[in-house]
Ligand binder design. Structure first.
Ligand code: BG6
Length: 485
């Protein structure tokens, strides 16, 4: 399909990664242990496990991940070859502050990221840095109770101040926290909140919500929201050039039927999953429906007086989100719900699904973009989207991933529609642009990249990079500014 001039001239095409899934070098260069370093590999059917001590007979995928730590030059060169305008990556907090509460940063960690940013500059690639992407220092979890403790606000801000100062002029685009709304359900307790389970064992991503659990999650989330607002103010005061955004896991939700009960159920989910955090981050205040939710669930946020002023002033410059799938809501408690990436929902009979059961819905992206832009009216970036799939190296030594091209093409077409609708979409970073570890399952088999990495679920292999068919396709998409899909 030939599209003429729909994407703005400076549209930020690129790809996204996260340090704990990509970088490896988990104990090199003075790095401390992060919460991700304590999660074993899992699979589509068996959950990842958490262990308090690093056990020698377990495999922890973050430890080597795909070794960006030592291959960053080769990797960034590949991104440059595709013509990337922007590269989303995260900074491993524990590379800068190994335990999170030190008074002096780790110089080797700062040096590593400076080298990465310089390398990006060589290819004219703008870094987009997620400050915290599921990689909180393990010591902050173990010794302080993670984000339940307001002290983490100070530690996080110190980390922010260090990186804003050290990387001034090298990084302009920032994201305070990855998928902040994941803290609202069990998925985020450990990964976002840093709540350490009492016992070693499987990390259940979808456990039922008790009032006690909800209260803890929402208190920790409040602390993060305050930290995020303070970081926004700090970023702006240290460099007015900084653009700092929020990042949510999109919850594109439809009512299962036109039964008003289903409609209300869906509306409730949309409010809670999208607008609860979104309103605080973009509008600077909790939404009108929050109070009833807190009351009904006995939630006490432990707010301090100055928090409201902090939230009011620390609003973001742009809204970003991840989008993989949509889901349906039903008021009927007997209808089976299944887990997708972030919320349990009822399957939509009109949609197909990935091998991991995530329902593919390109039109949902257009719908979601319209909803979010309609509410917030600030620039939007899609900072994760893609198809996790089993890739196979063919007899010709190549990876023919037409299924991935089809998925991305259909989503980019809907982005173009949303831009025509009037949405101010400024960028797109496809998830896992170079294959990396899956966050939910810890597998290597669930691949998203344009570049194949030769390693498997056990972490063995040569780690050689191979360009997939989608590599050449995406290069062309960027070259033609989304005209030639
Ligand atoms: C998002 C996360 O939820 O989805 C990423 O921000 C994650 O860290 C991505 O990798 C895809 O999920 P998964 O489980 O397929 O890796």
């Amino acid at each position: 399909i030939k599209k003429e001039g729909i994407f703005p001239n400076k549209f930020l095409w690129g790809g996204a990664t996260a340090a704990n899934q990509f970088e490896g070098g988990w104990n090199e260069g003075g790095k401390g242990e992060s919460i991700a370093d304590h999660m074993t590999g899992g699979s589509a059917i068996s959950p990842r496990k958490f262990t308090k001590q690093i056990a020698h007979d377990e495999h922890y995928p973050s430890h080597e991940a795909v070794d960006f730590y030592s291959r960053y030059k080769e990797d960034i060169q590949l991104l440059g070859e595709m013509g990337f305008k922007i590269f989303r990556m995260s900074i491993n907090w524990t590379r800068i502050y190994p335990n999170g509460d030190e008074s002096v940063p780790n110089a080797q960690g700062l040096d590593f990221y400076k080298k990465v940013f310089l390398e990006c500059k060589k290819y004219g690639i703008e870094p987009l840095v997620t400050i915290s992407h599921y990689e909180m220092p393990f010591a902050l979890s173990a010794n302080y109770g993670g984000w339940l403790n307001r002290k983490c606000i100070e530690f996080y801000l110190k980390f922010c101040e260090t990186i804003f100062t050290e990387f001034k002029g090298m990084v302009k685009y920032w994201i305070t926290f990855n998928e902040m709304n994941c803290m609202q359900y069990s998925f985020g307790e450990y990964l976002s909140g840093g709540f350490i389970p009492e016992e070693d064992g499987p990390l259940d991503l979808f456990i039922p919500d008790t009032k006690e659990a909800l209260s803890k999650r929402y208190r920790a989330l409040h602390n993060q929201l305050v930290a995020s607002a303070k970081a926004v103010n700090l970023a702006h005061s240290l460099d007015p050039e900084n653009k700092i955004g929020c990042m949510l896991a999109s919850s594109c939700i439809y009512p299962m039927t036109c039964n008003p009960k289903d409609i209300l159920e869906a509306q409730k989910m949309v409010q809670l999953r999208n607008y609860y955090c979104g309103d605080v981050l973009v509008r600077g205040e909790y939404p009108f429906f929050a109070e009833r939710f807190w009351e009904e669930n006995d939630i006490n946020l432990s707010v301090e007086d100055e928090d409201f002023e902090t939230l009011r002033t620390g609003t973001v410059d742009y809204f970003s989100f991840s989008y993989y799938m949509s889901g349906c809501m039903s008021a009927d408690p007997d209808i089976l719900k299944s887990g997708g990436n972030v919320f349990a929902s009822v399957n939509n009979p009109y949609l197909s699904a990935s091998d991991w059961g995530w329902q593919i819905d390109p039109e949902g992206l257009r719908y979601y973009l319209n909803e979010i832009y309609g509410r917030y009216r600030i620039p939007i970036m899609i900072v994760e989207n893609g198809l996790g799939a089993y890739d196979k190296v063919d007899d010709d030594g190549e990876i023919h991933d037409q299924y991935r091209i089809d998925y991305l093409k259909a989503h980019i077409e809907q982005m173009a529609e949303a831009i025509k609708d009037g949405v101010d979409l400024i960028g797109y970073t496809a998830w896992g642009c170079i294959d990396l570890i899956s966050a939910s399952t810890g597998e290597m088999d669930k691949r998203y990249g344009f570049v194949y990495v030769d390693t498997d679920n056990d972490g063995s292999g040569s780690f050689t990079r191979i360009k997939k068919d989608s590599f050449h396709w995406y290069k062309k998409v960027i070259e033609t500014n989304g005209e030639d899909l």
